[in-house]
Write a protein that binds this ligand. Sequence first.
Ligand SMILES: [Zn+2]
Ligand SMILES: [Zn+2]
Length: 263
Amino acid sequence: MPPPAITELVRALADVFMPRYCIICGREVDHRRSADICPKCEAQIALPRAGTCPKCCAAVPRFGGSCPNCHNMSLAMNESTAFGVYAGALRDRIIEFKFSGARHLARTFGYLAARAVSETWPDVRFDAVSGVPLHATRFKQRGFDQAQGLAAYAARALGARYRPGLIKRVRPTESQVGLTKSARIRNVKDAFTACRAEHVLTALVLDDIMTTGATMSAACRALKRAGVKTVYAAVVARAAFAPEDAAADVPTEDRGGEHEDQP
Ligand SMILES: [Zn+2]
Ligand SMILES: [Zn+2]
């Protein structure tokens, strides 16, 4: 394997001499841009932050101050943000990233997640940044951990320390796709643990998408249990809120420790 400095040099030269294309519209992108997305698409698909739930970043009107997605959940993250909505071309690219080995998208997704983070929390400094990790078995099958891949780029864009070993998925879980909200919460309960988090006070956890927030919350809860005071969560895309999730019955025992929800 070539030394990292050579890899960086090759990448820098490729950036200058190889054409780059917007992952959304396919038009050529100026090589000086940090990511493969044109300014027009970036502006168009960015989620308006006003009106989204600070806790689960669902873009939904809140009735009487409570969010229809997370009012009956005890999410461990202090706050959440997302770059865009999980729809259209952004959704298609995320599916390619996750399931078709399109690893080159990690840089653009990391950049987009970092943009959402710096716009939402401009004054927050993170002691550590990590992705929501895959379990070792899944990682072996896939050969790539997409959340960690984008987290590395996001950390670089934010000037924060990337800590890939900060969170570990200690048991394999079923896919969350198609599960009800209460089943999602049960499925990921105690699936994560934190490693060497002693000196981390403020952490940022990243993933590609968020639906109810159950998986993200389970990863953030592991950090809270290890003593991390404030945990922020960011994703590239937020799935549109599904009203059936609002009606889902969440058993009390699945709600986790209420105290862990406090900053
Ligand atoms: Zn574009
Ligand atoms: Zn919410």
